[in-house]
Design a protein around this ligand. Structure first.
Ligand SMILES: [Zn+2]
Length: 87
């Protein structure tokens, strides 16, 4: 299987991701660095709020559009990483 199905980053959620939340924690990341969480339709608001209240959220982009951006800008450092919301 080479077909990667992006999965929502919300805890316990196995739904296909349709949104990319780009975020940055200024305490541990370079300003231009972007971490990404994936979100399904249902969790987009929850996850973006989690990041938003901390001032981390930079961008919310449809997954397809994010892929196009990445292809245009070259490979990203990484994606995901860090514990998703919902402790
Ligand atoms: Zn979800």
């Amino acid at each position: 299987m080479s077909d990667e199905t992006p999965i929502c980053s919300a805890k316990g959620c196995r739904a296909a991701a349709v949104w990319v939340l780009a975020w940055n924690n200024p305490k541990i990341h370079q300003p231009e660095r972007r971490k990404t969480w994936l979100a399904c339709e249902e969790h987009r608001e929850h996850l973006s709020q989690f990041l938003g209240v901390r001032g981390f959220l930079k961008d919310v982009v449809p997954f397809a559009e994010w892929r196009e951006r990445e292809e245009a800008e070259g490979p990203s450092e990484d994606s995901g990483g860090g514990a998703p919301a919902g402790d």
